[in-house]
Write a protein that binds this ligand. Structure first.
Ligand SMILES: *[C@@H]1O[C@H](CO)[C@@H](O)[C@H](O)[C@H]1NC(C)=O
Ligand SMILES: *[C@@H]1O[C@H](CO)[C@@H](O)[C@H](O)[C@H]1NC(C)=O
Ligand SMILES: *[C@@H]1O[C@H](CO)[C@@H](O)[C@H](O)[C@H]1NC(C)=O
Length: 535
């Protein structure tokens, strides 16, 4: 109650202070905070409900009064988000009417400011989370980086990715990706009025958001809408679905909802609550998927149009637009998944079985490279192996493919700091470790929104990351030229074979100090390059 009162007092106090912004679809007004102008819940597409469920995103209807962009909208429908994720990432409410974005601008920005724009795509395995969640609050990144931050919600799970066929009346999947592209188009057409420069748009995302960013990097249509990309922790070795797999998953979902496989009218009559529940059940019943797909059952499929190819194949074939890219991973990416999958120690037999399931043709070499050396529990071994294969070395491989295809503006990092505050909730196995997502509270400097405190070293690390990220957004280079309005930062050389003394330099983010290292994880990544990343 008290909070409500305070909130409404703020709104009354502020409503006159912040200018009305004119967008293509109508006028809107946001709120002024102590650091920013913020615009919450801005519609970038028509609500994807009724006949627009499983249809490509459409423009929103024009409005004539001043739209009040003063509160977050619900996230897209999802099931049991809190059970599978750390705090601060799940939406409090959900609604199928969820195609909104949030914008943060530094205080005092106006339509002539022409600031660089950073558009974030959140992670969550294509089934969870929301851009409006506290962890992704763009206010500090916007203020300290002097950039416009935009955070996008897109359709998730079966509502975003169902495939029933390829005909006119079918659900054809990849709607979540099209939503993201529609948001980028909205940014291109409207961000100038908020003080952004549509000629300097950086796409950034983590996990499923990083996979999405790679898909946009591969697409001419999306790629025209942004200029640089930051790829945080993309699980490159997890394949997207084939048509046959996507159809099977769709048919399975339909049967759980008591519909026949291609009966889209029957499926449209189900509530979004029933759909996300059925989607949740469907994931545990699929033996048809490849082993690694199990970890991401409801993502994109390779339709050859929106999604050109499997993630690694796309890179090997050079299916990507040549743009400056910053790309990296955390040092213990898969620990969270391994310890979620096995809540008790695993022995050598289970360890071997897991390797057999993912790499039936390479068990002996892999066991030789990653011997089961801890007597009681092989979970840590498995996490090291899986982190190398799915994330770290696969990312190194992708980065080298970019160089081979002539992209020279590539910067590689490893994020290697376990945060000090109790930010993992009941995922206690991640406390003191650099699990998947560890860098996110340092990119947004948003942990304070959950009541957590950074140490001085951590604050310095986060400030450094904000400087590199925002410099990159401004100039296409995390270091940049001092004259171009960038923050002064220690050098971070491009990833390149031939720089003397430091071969293959990459940024090692750490407290108390980050530094540039050579040759990331070389022997292990050389090993995986030989084994290959498709399985
Ligand atoms: C974590 O907490 C959530 C919400 O209380 C609960 O549903 C979930 O099962 C817990 N997860 C673990 C791994 O204990
Ligand atoms: C926008 O801000 C700049 C810099 O603060 C100022 O000089 C200019 O007058 C402002 N323009 C408008 C339209 O308010
Ligand atoms: C499907 O049918 C079963 C069995 O009749 C019923 O229990 C279930 O509630 C139905 N589900 C939906 C989503 O209609």
């Amino acid at each position: 109650m008290l909070r409500l009162v305070i909130l409404s007092v703020c709104l009354v106090h502020l409503s006159g202070a912040i200018p009305v912004v004119h967008t293509k679809f109508g006028r809107l007004q946001g709120v002024e905070t102590s650091t920013n102008y913020a615009y919450y819940g801005v519609p970038y597409a028509a609500p994807p409900v009724g006949s627009l469920r499983w249809a490509p995103p459409q423009d929103p209807a024009q409005w004539s009064s001043v739209y009040s962009a003063t509160s977050m909208k619900p996230g897209c429908p999802q099931y049991k988000c809190d059970d599978f994720n750390p705090p601060l990432v799940c939406p409090k409410d959900v609604s199928e009417d969820c195609l909104y974005l949030n914008i943060w601008a530094p205080l005092g920005t106006n339509s002539t400011s022409s600031l660089a724009v950073m558009v974030y795509i959140h992670g969550g395995n294509f089934v969870h989370m929301s851009g409006g969640s506290l962890l992704y609050d763009g206010s500090i990144l916007s203020q300290k980086g002097d950039v416009i931050v935009v955070n996008v919600d897109y359709r998730l799970g079966a509502l975003g990715f169902l495939v029933t066929g390829t005909g006119d009346v079918d659900a054809v999947g990849n709607y979540g990706i099209l939503d993201q592209r529609h948001a980028l188009k909205w940014v291109n057409e409207n961000i100038k009025a908020f003080g952004g420069d549509p000629g300097r748009v950086t796409l950034f995302g983590q996990s499923a958001g990083a996979q999405s960013s790679m898909i946009h990097l591969a697409s001419e249509e999306s790629s025209a809408l942004f200029h640089n990309a930051i790829i945080e922790s993309s699980p490159f070795s997890i394949p997207y679905k084939t048509y046959a797999e996507a159809i099977l998953l769709g048919a399975h979902l339909a049967s759980l909802l008591n519909c026949t496989a291609r009966d889209i009218n029957c499926l449209r009559q189900k509530t979004s609550v029933d759909i996300v529940q059925a989607q949740f059940i469907s994931r545990s019943k699929l033996s048809s998927l490849k082993y690694l797909e199990d970890f991401e059952p409801w993502g994109p499929w390779v339709d050859g149009i929106t999604v050109k190819a499997e993630p690694i194949t796309a890179m090997d074939k050079g299916f990507f637009q040549k743009k400056p890219v910053m790309i990296g991973t955390t040092s213990e990416e898969t620990r969270m998944y391994i310890y979620q999958a096995w809540d008790k120690p695993i022995d050598t037999v289970v360890y071997t079985a897991a390797i057999l399931a993912s790499h039936p043709n390479h068990v002996v070499e892999i066991m030789y490279e990653y011997p089961p050396d801890e007597p009681q529990d092989q979970r840590n071994n498995l996490a090291v192996l899986a982190t190398d294969f799915i994330f770290g070395c696969a990312t190194r491989h992708v980065t080298r493919e970019m160089l081979d295809y002539g992209v020279s503006d590539v910067w590689l990092y490893i994020y290697d700091h376990a945060f000090s505050f109790p930010g993992w909730g009941n995922m206690t196995f991640c406390q003191g470790h650099v699990c998947h997502g560890s860098e996110v509270p340092f990119v947004f400097q948003s942990a304070g929104r959950g009541g957590f405190k950074y140490t001085p070293d951590e604050l310095a690390l986060s400030d450094l990351i904000i400087s590199y990220w925002s410099n990159f957004a401004k100039t296409g280079d995390p270091v940049g030229m001092p004259a171009s309005g960038v923050k002064v930062v220690p050098d971070w050389p491009r990833y390149h074979a031939e720089i003397q003394a430091q071969q293959w330099p990459y940024q090692h983010f750490k407290t108390p100090k980050s530094y540039v290292d050579p040759n990331y994880n070389a022997p292990y990544c050389d090993f995986w390059d030989k084994v290959g990343y498709d399985n």
